[in-house]
Design a protein around this ligand. Structure first.
Ligand code: CAA
Length: 244
């Protein structure tokens, strides 16, 4: 499939889409252009019935994503202004509204917004060289890509606070113990493992897959009673995609 993006690569094969963060010279740092490219590609994925699963990965040997592009971010007139520019498009809400499963294939540095992008995905496969960190507070800011909400839902409040308030970076095996990643695989095998998993998911009924994802990802934010109602509706085949 044609690409046409500046900061990402997009491919689609056998019902599996693959989005590659593609600024390896800057460790795939998240720039305003990357926000726009991801926004466009995620909207396309959402509306594409041929896509049953999508993988998000990073180009190059060193990083999934080393966080916000600091050259861009720190040269903005102020951190607030830099944030406001980024909030003009709510990429994170869009990420979390994609009905198909998203698998993050992670290696190397996974920092700041990089960790938040991974947290917006449903399943995380990490290469053993992956390192996770939240440097924001050390830079005088707080995460603004959903991380204060998504990450505690994955690893709990006190582990999230420890990572954020102390800027301690954790290796892949500790991320696995925390429940931040589903699997740790040998160095460089993360993409192949993610592809195998994606093909397996893509072999199942796509509507059942979407309903299963919706039941769990929406239900987790509801009371048990409301969650059970949601499950009942979805069991009867009534999906209600979130509108972004
Ligand atoms: N933004 C822009 N460029 C970055 C970058 C970033 N976040 N991280 C790395 N790069 C660039 C470097 O400037 C360097 O470019 P040049 O060769 O042109 O100088 C290139 O990528 C390679 O990086 P290093 O030479 O620094 O590689 P290293 O192996 O020595 O160190 C690293 C790797 C420890 C990740 C280090 O690059 C680093 O600390 N990067 C910054 C990490 C960070 O703090 N990210 C921001 C998190 S906060 C956030 O994401 C929230 C938010 O919204 C603001």
């Amino acid at each position: 499939m044609a690409n046409g993006f500046e900061t990402i690569l997009y491919e689609k094969k056998e019902h599996v889409a693959c989005v590659t963060l593609n600024r390896p010279q800057a460790l795939n740092a998240y720039s305003v252009q990357m926000r726009d490219d991801l926004y466009e590609v995620l909207r396309a994925i959402k509306d594409d019935d041929e896509v049953r699963v999508a993988i998000v990965k990073g180009a190059g040997d060193k990083a999934f994503c080393a966080g916000a592009d600091l050259k861009e971010f720190l040269t903005a007139p102020s951190a607030i202004e830099a944030r406001q520019i980024r909030f003009r498009r709510d990429l994170w809400k869009l990420f979390l509204s994609v009905p198909q499963p998203l698998i993050a294939a992670i290696h190397g540095y996974v920092l700041g917004s990089g960790m938040e992008i991974a947290a917006c995905c449903d399943i995380r496969i990490a290469s053993e060289d992956a390192v996770f960190g939240l440097p924001e507070v050390g830079l005088g800011i707080i995460p603004g890509a959903g991380g204060t909400q998504t990450i505690p839902r994955l690893i709990g409040v006190s582990r999230s606070l420890e990572m954020l308030l102390t800027n301690r970076w954790i290796p892949a095996d500790e991320a696995y113990q925390f429940g931040l990643v589903n699997q740790v695989v040998s160095k460089g095998k993360h993409v192949k493992t993610a592809e195998e998993m994606a093909l397996k998911i893509a072999s199942f009924n796509p509507d059942a897959v979407k309903r299963a994802k919706e039941a769990i990802t929406r239900g987790i934010d509801m009371s048990l009673q409301d969650g059970l109602e949601l499950e009942k509706r979805l069991t009867l085949g009534r999906r209600q995609p979130r509108i972004v």
